[in-house]
Unconditional design. Structure first.
Length: 364
């Protein structure tokens, strides 16, 4: 007996993975703007993964879209406004496709899909899965695939950032901490290496941090700079098996070095990332940008609001963003507090500091 045997005719449709069973008219639901939507998925195990342990994923959808979501077996009933239920359905369908592709879904993935659905309704430019042969109306969140995991965009800006890295040879990603600038750049570099699109990965940062100097740190040069480059290591190990990362670093396929080590080199057939670029000087930034060689991709990330250079020193990142605006082949993607994908409180903290900074500027 098939899973649809015994179900009413209006929910049988073998051509669909997820099915809208029935939508009540507003007058039937007892509220002028409320509708009921029942969605059935064709695999109980996948449906449970979609709903989350103790329906935690549905709870996130309820909280963020302001509706009710009640699961029973492989069916979920959505009750709310027509807009909210439509967004919730697109979120669930997009995540279900990822589960079918054997991807693990986390709470962050659910929140990301919700952001995309809301942005789509706000008429932001987000491609639909129908463009790649799937069902019309579902969201296509840009993703980066490596041997270890697949990372999907969780905000519209992340979506634009991933697509920019695919299109342009040089990309600037700027904005506050927690928006995924560095993480996505390293993920993209790892994917290029695995696909054979580049021969090596070069990750760099300026050795400038707030109130600290390398000379006061113990150890040799590698031990001195490793703490500054730790975020790059962390992202690498998240994308690639640890033993593979170690072998690649030992063989020079992956190079992690301070910015000063880039002088005089031409970086060809490589994915090159400069992190914390707001702490470069004008000359350092010009030196780095002119290292770009044949067959390479260069990604520059930084937060212009977190400059640790001495007072009066111009940030190479801020200057470059202005100078390079009219240059073809370069894409700049600006993240905001709304793109913070860490704890929600982090986003609110960033917004509070932004407002305080604006108030100080207005006062002056």
């Amino acid at each position: 007996m098939s899973q649809t045997d015994g179900l009413p005719d209006f929910i049988k449709n073998p051509s669909e993975k997820s099915l809208i069973n029935k939508m009540k008219r507003p007058e039937e639901s007892g509220a002028s703007d409320m509708v009921h939507v029942a969605v059935v998925y064709d695999d109980n195990h996948r449906a449970q993964a979609l709903f989350g342990q103790y329906d935690e994923h549905l709870a996130i959808i309820e909280r963020d879209l302001h509706l009710e979501a009640v699961a029973r077996g492989n069916e979920v009933t959505l009750r709310g406004s027509a807009v909210a239920t439509g967004q919730a359905r697109r979120v669930l369908d997009a995540l279900y496709i990822r589960i079918e592709n054997n991807e693990e879904i986390t709470a962050g993935d659910v929140e990301g899909a919700i952001r995309q659905a809301i942005a789509s309704d706000a008429q932001m430019t987000l491609p639909a899965l129908s463009e790649i042969g799937s069902k019309k109306g579902k969201l296509a969140m840009a993703g980066i695939s490596t041997a270890k995991k697949t990372v999907h965009a969780r905000t519209p800006t992340q979506d634009a950032y991933i697509r920019a890295m695919e299109r342009a040879e040089m990309v600037f990603g700027t904005g506050p901490a927690g928006t995924g600038k560095t993480y996505l750049a390293v993920a993209y570099a790892a994917s290029l290496l695995e696909r054979g699109a580049v021969d090596r990965i070069i990750l760099s940062r300026p050795a400038v941090e707030a109130g600290e100097r390398l000379g006061f740190l113990p150890g040799d040069m590698k031990e001195k700079v490793d703490p500054y480059l730790r975020p790059l290591y962390d992202a690498l190990y998240d994308m690639m098996p640890g033993d593979k990362v170690e072998r690649a670093i030992t063989s020079g396929v992956i190079e992690i070095a301070p910015l000063a080590f880039m002088r005089g080199r031409t970086l060809a057939h490589a994915a090159v990332i400069l992190d914390e670029a707001q702490n470069t000087t004008s000359m350092q930034m010009k030196m780095f940008l002119t290292r770009l060689g044949e067959g390479s991709k260069m990604i520059i990330t930084g937060d212009p609001s977190q400059i640790d250079l001495p007072n009066g020193q111009i940030s190479g990142l801020v200057e470059a963003l202005q100078i390079l605006k009219p240059v073809d082949g370069i894409i700049s993607v600006a993240f905001t507090a709304k793109d913070v994908v860490r704890h929600k409180l982090v986003g609110r903290i960033v917004e509070a500091y932004d407002h305080a900074g604006q108030d100080q500027a207005d006062y002056r």
